[in-house]
Design a protein around this ligand. Structure first.
Ligand code: 13P
Ligand code: SF4
Length: 297
């Protein structure tokens, strides 16, 4: 299978971008792994003709918006993000009407159609800088109410929050964290800002997925409680066998991220199927808020 993949990659001039939550078998064949911001940057700058995006649908859409001339393939078209599906373009248009004059900051976990109604996008790693950059006291933040609450608290700035959330991160309850902290009192608790405010309040550091990986790489600590999808915990344990990593809960799995497999990657490259293509009219409007974000962070 790996030989076939190598041949296909060469003949198609393809690059394989893999999100940090993807199965190990995909991280192993990646040209680049990373968080949403890093992968958007890689997509924007690649010379490849084909991007195989091992992530969820909104990530492939973002790559298509940034590279309209390239073919973006998603190994499993069913790998969506429930949080991104919690707001539609029509709902955002109505929300803007209810809050006239507001600047719209949209988390990258959203559809291209929603981005097209947005002033500036953000990811988990640059949300604070993006919100800080907005020169308007009236800001709509969507769809993640938890990332919005976190930015609101750190920046001491009131935001108009949309009520979206990540079902996977909502499983990381504060009581589980307290239990783990009791069992491992010396562990640092690193959390993703998609967790609920009560869980985030218990954290030593609030970081994106790559932020968590980089923090551990530089830290002299030997034990960590990891408050994000469990692939990060597994990856850290493989990379640092002498350190200890504890998940907040074994329930912290994103089923959508796990739909992509090595077999499906080979299949889409062989047959050039599962293309994610954003219609030109939407892509043009969605590009601006993404590019604004890429400029400031
Ligand atoms: P990152 O940008 O931190 O990788 O987060 C993406 C995501 O979907 C987290 O659930
Ligand atoms: Fe979406 Fe949550 Fe999965 Fe991230 S972990 S892709 S936010 S459902």
């Amino acid at each position: 299978m790996l030989n076939k993949l190598a041949e296909l990659k060469k003949s198609r001039n393809a690059v394989i971008l893999v999100h940090n939550y993807q199965r190990k078998e995909l991280q192993d064949i990646a040209d680049f792994t990373g968080d949403s911001l890093e992968l958007s940057r890689k997509a924007a700058n690649t010379n490849a003709d084909v991007i195989v995006f091992c992530g969820v649908h909104f990530m492939a859409e973002t790559a298509s918006v940034l590279c309209p001339d390239k073919k973006v393939l998603l190994p499993d078209l069913q790998s969506g993000c429930p949080m991104a599906d919690m707001i539609t373009a029509e709902q955002l248009i109505n929300f803007k009407k209810e809050n006239p004059g507001a600047t719209v900051v949209t988390y990258i976990n959203s559809s291209a159609a929603v981005k097209a109604e947005t002033d500036i996008c953000c990811t988990s790693s640059n949300a604070l800088n993006v919100v800080k950059s907005v020169q308007n006291d009236k800001i709509i933040f969507c769809p993640d109410r938890n990332l919005g609450s976190y930015a609101q608290k750190v920046l001491n700035k009131k935001l108009i929050l949309w009520n979206g959330f990540c079902p996977t991160h909502m499983k990381m309850l504060p009581e589980y964290v307290i239990e783990q902290k009791k069992k491992h009192p010396d562990a640092r608790f690193l959390v993703h800002p998609e967790c609920c405010p009560e869980t985030v309040a218990l954290a030593d550091e609030v970081l994106s997925t790559t932020g968590i990986l980089n923090y551990v790489a530089k830290s002299s600590h030997g034990e960590f409680i990891i408050g994000t999808e469990n692939e990060i915990t597994f990856k850290l344990q493989r990379t640092y066998p002498d350190k200890k990593f504890y998940p907040v809960t074994d329930l912290a799995v994103c089923p959508n991220m796990k739909k992509n497999t090595l077999e499906k990657v080979v299949n889409v490259l062989e047959n050039m199927t599962n293309e994610v293509k954003v219609p030109a009219e939407i892509a043009e409007r969605a590009r601006l808020p993404i590019e604004r974000m890429l400029k400031i962070s």
